[in-house]
Design a protein around this ligand. Structure first.
Ligand code: TNX
Length: 524
């Protein structure tokens, strides 16, 4: 009698079942959106356990036909195509959703009201980003990037399946102003470096780049009515290198590159101190009428424009007029810090006049905390960096504050005494120190109501190339982005450091030269 075997008793068939099972498992893995390492951490995430796959058949559809939204769709396509090797295209969406696509949709019924708010809804069939304003769509795109494997950031074709966990993310920022400052005066950095800086900020939903365009060591922006500012003042830098400057055209290119990434450029023209480059270019800006020597050291506090001569105000007016004309954003930063060679009375007189000039050119003035000593006109914003008395004075005068406490958020501070670049006058700032603080608890009496947002300045006395900049930015900058974006209840170092560790691979894929702090496990 023949023995009847069940199919599963045949080892070959049994093995095939296991293999099939494995294959279908890799096609439909169990995923959990709540485990995604998103920085800054979103307001809420709910998972539905499945996954959506981006394939060569995926298309990006946008609602309406605006160039701006098309640009956001194209930005996403440009992030996806190099590593996937696909040719994902963007087009206008009419009425029906098809399987396998990504939809960017402006929500006409305005249930999502915030300017930067978005909802990201991922099902097995489609990805949908919803927002009331384009900025929200852009941030939804940034989140989607972080839901894909880190290799999506590579610029050459990578093997892999491009799966995104399903679920819904709702998200909006805590502060309207989330910035970083780059000092291009102490060492000059060209347009391509600034664009990379912008891209790095945008990845983490930062929305302001403050460019410190002038200081003792260099004047970096063309002013057509005062051409020697760049001819002479732009000709060197710290250490005596050749310096450089942006033409107004190049500056405009930076502004529009930033705008496409929802970043506002804030130009800073430092005065009355930190002005040696201008004083070397034009003798008439000095009280004694004598041009100063160019300066390539790193001391501060020795220079001042002459606050008593009318020609100084003609100079300020010309510069602010030309800068305002190429700055679509609402703000002009006039510096105002460490004017140690200006008499206090002259400083206050100067600041009051400068505010009127900025206002006359249709802009809002920002200054470092010392300007709190002057009269503060409506709309003037004060940037806190060290002296709490100035911050409190500013708040009492009704000014909004940008919080940049040196001990916590100065990107030019060394991580510890052994790290190669940076200074340490405000202390060493390891990645945990950088993360563990709250802007509305830092200065007694300064609360959320007084605060416009936060800004992480990067001074460049010790930095000469983009690699150095990246080393100072990473891994601290993503933490600053989270402090600016995420609610306080969503910030916890022990949880954050795990998410941050998972970004190590992403930094690698983006070719970022980061400091591999031992406070974080980068192995995952
Ligand atoms: C202080 S912070 C400065 C800068 C220096 C910086 C170096 C501030 C408003 N002024 O001029 O570059 O320290 O950390």
């Amino acid at each position: 009698m023949k023995f009847r075997r069940y199919a599963w008793q045949n080892p070959l068939i049994f093995l095939s079942f296991i293999l099939l099972g494995l294959i279908s498992c890799t096609q439909q893995p169990k995923t959990d959106l709540t485990k995604a390492a998103i920085i800054p951490r979103p307001v809420s995430i709910s998972a539905s356990g499945g996954s959506f796959e981006i394939t060569s058949a995926t298309k990006i559809f946008i609602s309406g036909s605006s160039n701006e939204i098309f640009g956001i769709g194209q930005f996403l396509a440009d992030r996806l195509n190099p590593a996937t090797g696909f040719e994902i295209a963007v087009s206008s969406f009419e009425s029906k959703f098809d399987k396998g696509n990504i939809y960017l949709q402006i929500n006409d019924n305005k249930t999502l009201l915030g300017n930067e708010e978005y909802e990201l809804i991922i099902t097995k069939e489609k990805v949908k980003i919803l927002a009331s304003h384009p900025a929200g769509l852009f941030y939804g795109v940034q989140t989607l990037r972080q839901l894909l494997p880190a290799t999506i950031e590579k610029t050459s074709v990578q093997q892999g399946s491009w799966l995104v966990s399903t679920g819904t993310i709702k998200d909006y920022p805590r502060f309207a102003y989330r910035g970083s400052m780059l000092d291009v005066s102490r060492h000059f950095f060209g347009v391509e470096d600034v664009k990379r800086y912008i891209d790095l900020l945008a990845t983490y939903k930062m929305n302001v780049l403050h460019l410190h365009l002038t200081d003792d060591q260099g004047w970096r922006i063309e002013i057509k009515s005062w051409p020697k500012l760049t001819e002479v003042g732009g000709s060197t830098q710290v250490g005596g290198g050749k310096g450089g400057y942006y033409t107004q055209e190049q500056f405009t290119e930076i502004v529009s590159y930033a705008k496409e990434r929802y970043i506002t450029i804030i130009p800073e023209i430092e005065m009355p101190g930190h002005s040696n480059a201008a004083l070397a270019s034009y003798p008439e800006l000095n009280c004694d009428g004598k041009a100063r020597e160019l300066y390539t050291g790193t001391k501060v506090g020795f220079s001042t424009v002459c606050t008593k001569n009318e020609i100084t105000y003609k100079f300020v007016d010309d510069v602010i007029r030309e800068i305002s004309a190429i700055t679509p954003g609402p703000y002009i930063h006039i510096g105002g810090d460490e004017s140690l060679s200006t008499e206090k009375e002259d400083y206050i007189y100067f600041l009051n006049r400068v505010q009127d000039i900025v206002i006359a050119h249709g802009k809002q003035m920002i200054g470092w905390e010392e300007i709190a000593q002057a009269e503060l006109k409506p709309g003037t914003i004060v940037q806190f960096w060290a002296n709490e008395k100035h911050a409190i004075r500013a708040a009492k005068k009704g000014a909004k504050l940008i919080m940049s406490p040196g001990k916590k958020i100065y990107l030019d501070m060394q991580y510890d005494s052994t790290t190669p670049f940076g200074l340490h006058w405000a202390g060493y700032i390891e990645v945990d120190t950088a993360y563990i603080w709250d802007p509305s608890e830092y200065v007694d009496g300064i609360t959320d109501e007084n605060i416009l947002g936060i800004e992480a300045p990067l001074w460049t006395e010790t930095l000469t190339k983009m690699d150095d900049i990246e080393y100072m930015l990473f891994p601290r900058m993503p933490g600053y982005a989270e402090i600016g974006w995420s609610s306080k209840s969503n910030q916890d170092w022990n949880e954050y450091k795990i998410r941050l560790g998972k970004h190590g691979k992403r930094f690698g894929a983006m070719d970022i030269n980061y400091y591999p702090s031992t406070k974080v496990d980068w192995s995952e």
